[in-house]
Design a protein around this ligand. Sequence first.
Ligand code: GRF
Length: 218
Amino acid sequence: MLKTGSGPCRVVVLVSGGGTNLQAIIDCVNDGNITNTEIVGVISNNKNAYALTRAEENGIRARCISPKDYDSREIFNEKLLQAVREYEPDLVVLAGFLVVIPPAMIAEYRNRMINIHPSLIPSFCGKGYYGLKVHEAALERGVKVAGATVHFVDEGTDTGPIILQKAVEVEQGDTPEKLQRRVMEQAEWKILPRAIDLIANGRVNVEKNRTIIKGGFL
Ligand code: GRF
């Protein structure tokens, strides 16, 4: 997807929890590791998400759109899509967002919406694999390498075109929490900002269900 139009890439980040991936993005914009990008808004489904505090502390418009505040999922879906549209984003980033994305939103932001998943897709992904569950399954299987994946969002669960992946060593005696932390520190917080920088600078194209990264990954 080539960024069209002038001006920086307008990014909206959707969050549900602590916001450490959001913080990594904010830090990389501030220190120049992400260029040509402006984080124009943060939306959470969870009013208690510390990610909202992180946004406010960094002067980024933040709001909560919770399914609990609406009579039906359909109405919530419409409100969520409306809220995203208002920011006029070039790119939507799901950073630990735990709500199912409405089909209409997937269609409208095809190849303009990315997700960070805490495994090397196609391992330990799909329905039911999120957060700590991913790392519990990896340790249960006894893998020696874990990692994270950034991919475009399509109608499936963790099935869209892969943009970047980064592997992380599993260590003897790892608990799910220790492994999760290492995957976040060594993989998620590196490849999500990197993917945003590549997209914002027009270096990621999608052909069929695969990406072509102009100039290579690094
Ligand atoms: C973590 O489980 C992370 O692996 C996944 O989303 C969860 C919360 O991340 N991507 P964050 O701290 O809210 O960014």
